[in-house]
Design a protein around this ligand. Sequence first.
Ligand code: DGL
Length: 263
Amino acid sequence: MDKLNRLSPIGMFDSGVGGISVLREALTQLPCERFIFYGDTANAPYGTKAREEVLSLSRYIVEMLIKQDCKAIVIACNTATSAAAATLRSQYPDLPIIGMEPALKPAHQLHQDGIVLSLATPGTIAGEKYAHLYALYGQGVVSLPCPGLMEFAERGELTGEPLRAYLARLFAPYADRKVEAVVLGCTHYVFLKQAIAAFFPGVPLIDGNEGTVRQLRRRLEEVDLLSDTKPQSDTRLTLMSSGGEKAVETMRLLLQWKDNKNA
Ligand code: DGL
């Protein structure tokens, strides 16, 4: 890794297209950085796989990104962070590896006498990392594992009756509760924001994307690898996917997605 310098790209990966929601934030906050994004659509979902399997898929991707001279890695996936971040950090101690976790901490500040719904994959919710987070900020939090939900985003299906029906079933038990915040603890769910918000008018939906990118900037500053030179626009972003051209096309569409931050 001797060739690393400020102009080297940042590698980012997810089980599929969800991490594009993190990439969008990074492209905005870090205009001088180049990115290589890898979506592992062929192996998605990660959230219903065993931890060991997610670790080995993540390790394979990180090795591939290192071969492309990435100066830092962002695990744009809560599930892969939970399964792999600690092991990968000890394997590559000199490489900044930034992970994600469901935003229970900021949601905790909104909690009063109602409940906070925390949506994440079964793998994230079953993980040790989540248990630790829950012990600190879990007061009033109802954790909802959502098998099958990421697939809507993966198909680019961000609205429509099947999605509405899935969410109606998921949220039915809480119809009479005072919901104070909804945590989007999977990067795919950020793209389903409008559909989720329809069930909770006026309730904040919280994701970890901004915080993750702030953390990326801090880590790059610490190791003096933050770029201050704008790259040529055609070298700024490389999109790669194990799911072929169709998945890359979905990524491109999601890069253009109009986020209604107040949705
Ligand atoms: N996007 C991923 C996350 O943030 C996981 C989705 C999946 O592969 O199950 O947790």
